[in-house]
Structure formats: structure tokens, C-alpha cells
Design a protein. Structure first.
Length: 170
């Protein structure tokens, strides 16, 4: 971490990163931890295909992503995912089934955030009508076996891809 220059508690300059994840202030002793942010992703499945968004912004402009986003303070995973699906797709599909999680790095405005992405599956009886917000250029229904890892927006998706491919056989 080299993005913080001043102590959040006392404002002193020259805080130091001592162990790669904590900033220490020599003046007041404050320890600042940049904890992992939590994110959620929806694996919307219909007849062996998954709904993939084409990102309309950085990071990952033009690459594939799953619907979802960051968990807000005082929000549980399920509520965050329901909110994100409403915001991104104008969609309400109920509660999903937890699948797995994967660590990620989310670069934003010159800062590399560490996240933990939780994936939830939704088995859909039909392809829903959606209304995309400005975060997505398009929605593509693709089998996970059709996806090339270099077309995915994030490390966590590349890590998750084999598990998503295994879902096709379940």
C-alpha cells in the first residue's frame, strides 16, 4: 500500500506500510488495515447458459462480467445481490443458492482493492426480460465452455470459470 500519505487518525505525514497490509503511524501509533471488500455475483442460468454482462466502464471495459457488485455497509450478501440485480438489470429473481467464493483484485482510480467475490446460482425457467443500466453495454447468454479466460474482466472470474463450467454437468 503506497496510496495513503497521511495518518487517518492524527493527520501526520509519513505513515509506513510495515507488513504489506497495514499502515502504521509513528506519531500516534494508529494502525490502519485495508480490509478486503466483499462483492457478490449472480450466476443466472438457463438451459446451460449463463447471463454475462459486457462491461461499459473500466475496469474491464468491453470484457465479460457477471451481474453483481459491492456489498454496502450493514448489508448482507443476499440483500446486496438483490439490490445489484435490480440496479443493473431491473430484475427480481428471488434468492440464489450460494456456490463458492474467489479472491479478486479490483483496480479503481489507481488503487488496487482486494475483494472477496461470493457467487450465487439462480436456475431460471426462461430468459428474463432485463433493462440494462449504464454499467453494461450488453447481456450475452453463453455457455461457460464458450468463454475464453482473456475475455473475462477480473481475476476472480478466471478462477471461477472451471467451477462454472462444472455447473453445466450438474
Amino acid at each position: 500500500m503506497h496510496w495513503a500519505r497521511y495518518c487517518a487518525a492524527c493527520g501526520a505525514p509519513g505513515i509506513a506500510c510495515t507488513d504489506g497490509r497495514r499502515l502504521d503511524c509513528a506519531r500516534c501509533g494508529f494502525e490502519f488495515y485495508q480490509n478486503v471488500a466483499t462483492a457478490v455475483s449472480a450466476v443466472l442460468r438457463h438451459q446451460g447458459q449463463i447471463a454475462w454482462l459486457v462491461r461499459a466502464r473500466e475496469p474491464g471495459l468491453g470484457l465479460l462480467d457477471l451481474p453483481g457488485g459491492f456489498v454496502d455497509p450493514d448489508e448482507d450478501l443476499e440483500a446486496a445481490l438483490a439490490r445489484e440485480l435490480r440496479e443493473e438489470l431491473a430484475l427480481d429473481v428471488g434468492r440464489g443458492r450460494y456456490l463458492f467464493s474467489a479472491p479478486n483484485h479490483y483496480p479503481y482510480a489507481g488503487v488496487r482493492y482486494h475483494t472477496l467475490d461470493a457467487y450465487f446460482a439462480f436456475e431460471l425457467g426462461s430468459r428474463p426480460q432485463v433493462s440494462l443500466n449504464d454499467e453494461a453495454r450488453a447481456l450475452r447468454w453463453l455457455s461457460p465452455h464458450e468463454i475464453q479466460p482473456d475475455r473475462l474482466a477480473f481475476d476472480s472470474l478466471r478462477t471461477a470459470l472451471p467451477q462454472l463450467q462444472a455447473l453445466e454437468n450438474s
